[in-house]
Write a protein of this length. Structure first.
Length: 128
């Protein structure tokens, strides 16, 4: 069904093919994503980056449910709450003396590009 929504930045009205269960808010979001005003274009880029990053996280942490959830929440914090840099540190004991450390850094730059950096290191200690 064709429904009417409006861009949440410039209020321009647009029509989209929408499923019955879509709320007005979802329709407005779709119309905004298709609008050509600069604010809407910036919003569309950010949404695209968020979707791509969420898909990357889902795949990269497919074997680790806890980290997948944690990184997804971290992504939301970076994208929604304006935290421009968040660091997640994961430590794991590999054997009785070796610790694996993974540091994930999510950075959102001024152009709206999200960068996820991963640094992995090992440390061990000997006791005598
Ligand atoms: Zn607009």
């Amino acid at each position: 069904m064709v429904k009417q929504g409006k861009c949440k930045f410039c209020s321009q009205i647009g029509m989209i093919e929408a499923a019955d269960e879509m709320t007005q808010e979802e329709i407005d979001k779709e119309v905004t994503l298709q609008c050509k005003c600069p604010e809407a274009q910036a919003f569309a880029t950010k949404e695209y980056n968020r979707t791509s990053a969420a898909a990357f996280i889902k795949d990269a942490f497919k074997n680790d449910e806890y980290m997948k959830d944690y990184m997804t929440h971290t992504l939301d914090a970076v994208m929604n709450e304006g935290a421009d840099k968040v660091q997640v540190v994961q430590k794991r004991l590999l054997d009785s003396k070796t610790i694996e450390t993974k540091v994930y850094t999510m950075t959102l730059n001024n152009e709206g590009t999200l960068i996820i950096n991963m640094k992995q290191s090992y440390s061990s200690k000997e006791k005598f």
